[in-house]
Design a binder for this molecule. Structure first.
Ligand SMILES: N[C@H](Cc1ccc(I)cc1)C(=O)NO
Ligand SMILES: [Zn+2]
Ligand SMILES: [Zn+2]
Length: 291
């Protein structure tokens, strides 16, 4: 059962989260000419996230940051692990993708800022990490934050990682994917996608929103295909949820081109903050359960 019973821990964390921090991470990540999975920018973008998350970990003994080397392409995924205490064998996963794409070209100099897709998701997760570590939160389950490589070219990074977790018999309790969190294109605030996800976990996520962000409105929709990395985990039989920024038909028209910029989202990250707070509540409520 998905009990929501950690208000005294979660509520203070949510109030510490700031849209300005999320915005700065979006600006920094979208400053790379591109983050395509085969270019220098793509390798540098991965290293930037590794360094950023390492700085947030700043020597916490039970927090590690590693890069996952993929077969067949140079861009690495980044995995931060917050080791659990007395229920560490059970793992909670939250992810977004670090790569970007411009469908017009794949060269070293092709511009693909990917501010919404998916710097926004990485930035939402990074602000969750910041407040959880700053408050010295110690989970009972293990929590893994993953910045996936090569999502845009067929979910390659998450497919390899999800397969390895399955092969290694890792007990993944649940997975949340944040892909595009900052373009407010629809009437409602958070849209829970129902295909390639788990219905029971989606109900839990909906309850997290009504409990911790009661002014927000919730919609639902379907992608119709494996539209982000949650589909890789779903394929391995793990429960996933994909809270998304808009309804399908109103999705950000600027993605996958030079126009996917922070400026084109109003140079603010108020929408992404909702997703960062949802990620924090998901991580702490699931992470705090004992064996
Ligand atoms: N296809 C997805 C973007 C995407 C995801 C969901 C919806 I609805 C519309 C668009 C992608 O490019 N992810 O990186
Ligand atoms: Zn995309
Ligand atoms: Zn994406």
């Amino acid at each position: 059962s998905y009990a929501i019973d950690n208000q005294s821990t979660v509520t203070p964390l949510l109030s510490q989260m700031q849209a300005s921090n999320i915005g700065q991470t979006i600006v920094d990540l979208s400053a790379f000419v591109n983050r395509y999975y085969t270019t220098t920018g793509g390798v540098n973008g991965s290293n930037w996230i590794r360094d950023k998350w390492l700085a947030l970990a700043n020597g916490r003994s039970n927090v590690t940051v590693e890069q996952f080397t993929h077969a067949g392409f140079p861009q690495k995924s980044v995995i931060m692990t917050m080791q659990g205490s007395d229920n560490a064998s059970e793992v909670v996963v939250l992810g977004g993708h670090l790569d970007s794409i411009n469908t017009a070209g794949t060269s070293e100099t092709t511009k693909a800022p990917g501010a919404d897709d998916d710097a926004s998701g990485i930035a939402s997760l990074t602000e969750a990490i910041r407040v959880m570590l700053a408050s010295n939160y110690q989970p009972r389950r293990t929590i893994k934050f993953i910045a996936y490589a090569a999502e845009e070219v067929g979910l390659k990074g998450s497919a390899e990682i999800a397969k390895k977790f399955k092969t290694d018999g890792v007990k993944v309790i649940g997975v949340m994917q944040l892909d595009m969190t900052n373009y407010k294109g629809s009437a409602k605030d958070i849209y829970l996608y129902t295909d390639y996800t788990n219905a029971a976990q989606n109900s839990f996520v909906s309850n997290l929103i009504t409990t911790y962000q009661p002014t927000l409105t919730i919609g639902s929709d379907t992608c119709g295909y494996g539209c982000s990395d949650h589909a890789s985990w779903h394929a391995q039989g793990f429960p996933t949820s994909m809270p998304f920024e808009t309804a399908m038909r109103e999705s950000n028209p600027k993605i996958h081109g030079t126009g996917d910029t922070y400026a084109n989202m109003g140079s603010q990250a108020n929408h992404a903050l909702k997703f960062g707070r949802l990620a924090t509540s998901f991580a702490v409520e699931l992470g705090s359960d004992g064996p």
